[in-house]
Design a protein. Structure first.
Length: 214
């Protein structure tokens, strides 16, 4: 307990940093994932191509490489932002590809006749997607979206290598101070467990309320 009690402020700073990265990147990933999923099923060919390329590139690019591209590449084009913002962009964009595919798979579970019926009533694509298809698809995608956001929380550890304050990075400070490395990592693991189990509990609650009965 000495490692935690004597360095509580250090752990708290890292924990809050990881929590902020997780929350903001999750919001970005959900928004972009929804947009790209809409593009993937849109009747406009150019939008489908854009969504497909977005998913293909990001799903097949190592996250560390994406961090290098965003944090070190964008400033060369004149876009200078705090490293934490760049980290949120990298995490959010990367995760959005997986959110997109989860949403698209949910959309594909909705019977095609539902969309045809909506169009026969004169509803536009946006109205059909927002009022008919997505409310039904949402019930089936709760578990995979939750799993994806849990993975995002753990992936945020990469940000520490780019001077972003987060939980895993606290081991460097404590190691330099001579603390036992094993207990240092034990309390880091506890911090990640608090975040991931909280996300899991939230999505389990959502699944109980809105999920599809098995």
């Amino acid at each position: 307990m000495d490692v935690l009690t004597q360095n509580f402020s250090t752990y708290a700073e890292g924990f809050i940093g990881t929590l902020e990265l997780t929350v903001f990147a999750s919001i970005l990933a959900l928004v972009l994932g929804f947009v790209m999923a809409s593009f993937r099923v849109a009747p406009v060919g150019s939008l489908r191509v854009f969504g497909t390329v977005w998913v293909a590139v990001l799903r097949n690019t190592p996250l560390t490489l994406l961090f290098f591209a965003v944090l070190l590449g964008l400033p060369r084009f004149g876009l200078v932002l705090p490293f934490k913002v760049f980290a949120v962009l990298a995490l959010g964009c990367y995760t959005s590809a997986f959110i997109c595919e989860a949403l698209r798979s949910g959309i594909n579970t909705v019977p095609q006749g539902q969309g045809e019926a909506a169009r026969s009533l004169g509803m536009t694509f946006s109205q059909t997607l927002g009022s008919v298809v997505l409310p039904q698809a949402f019930r089936t995608v709760i578990p995979p979206v939750g799993s994806t956001l849990i993975a995002l929380a753990k992936n945020s550890a990469i940000a520490g290598a780019f001077s972003v304050t987060e939980l895993l990075g606290t081991y460097k400070t404590l190691s330099e101070l001579g603390y036992n490395i094993i207990w240092t990592f034990v309390w880091i693991a506890v911090g990640y467990l608090i975040i991931t189990l909280s996300i899991s509990a939230l999505f389990n609650l959502m699944e109980k309320h809105w999920g599809v009965a098995r």
